[in-house]
Design a protein around this ligand. Sequence first.
Ligand code: G6P
Length: 362
Amino acid sequence: DASDIEKGTYPHYMLKEIDEQPLVMRKIIQAYQNEKGELEIAEDILNVVKECDRIYIVACGTSYHAGLVGKQFIESMAKIPVEVHVASEFSYNMPLLSEKPLFIFISQSGETADSRAVLVQVKEKGYKALTITNVPGSTLSREADFTMLLHAGPEIAVASTKAYTAQIAVLAILANVTAKSRGLNLGFELIHELGIIANAMETLCDSKEEYEKIASEFLPFTRNCFFIGRSIDYFVCLEGALKLKEISYIQAEGFAGGELKHGTIALIEDGTPVIALATQENVNWSIRGNVKEVVARGANPCIISMAGLETDEDRFVLPAVNELLTPLISVIPLQLIAYYASLHRGCDVDKPRNLAKSVTVE
Ligand code: G6P
């Protein structure tokens, strides 16, 4: 049928969509570039971002995880305070809003009911809303004041992959263009860094056997698996754990390294797989300290670090990229590990049980 044709030679949409990520990065660079070769966003969007005193990001699932990374970008580059909220909680736990709030809805499908419920509330109050979505003309796009598109192409697999990295890239562009127009000097050219990212993604997508090995060594029989990281790595750990639980049904959780000692370390047993991300220089030694603590309790560690920060104990070293943008590449091994874990456990990779691609009920 038609869907078989679209999948081409790939056994699963998820694998195809993981592999499309370098191409999507290049499409995004193109789509948000002006004739002078500079990154650009629509002027009305730039104005509304510059005028607001606080941004509220609202999203669900993987899109929420992209929002957590986006907060870091917007605060560190554009110096605008950001809150990130799970849509389903936001409606009845609405925080005290600032004087001039701007709402950003992140949604691959643009149809998620929980996010839409918040958008309706926000519009009733007369606030401005921007939707970041992959689907032009989707409900969230039509009902918001502004839209930024992901240009990721249709995402079919239930587990979101290329939409996540596309969301992060678009949020980086939003933050970067805003920063520049506020006269803030960032000391790097995002457009150039995103090009480096696209190449690094390609390198990672070419190392599939390595992730298949990691998945088959660490995950075929395990009941659970933990992902630990600090700072921006922690947000990627949340996404890595979500990917693994969605498609392999392994109980997986992402934790902040520093929180281990406050509870989670009690769960570590002989052989418990712990995947640690170490891409940030300022927390490199503290996250490695956490790995030592879990190993002392019997954990089976897998450290994924970044070139320049690596040590002999690392299982995989990512190519060096701009430190702020590491989520764009550190998530790829986690996506592939989840993919192979699902495959080896005989699960339905593209259509995991109990889940839907887009949840249109609250
Ligand atoms: C569902 C999907 C997830 C997705 C979430 C939010 O739960 O299974 O993959 O992250 O919805 O979807 P959205 O389209 O709003 O990004």
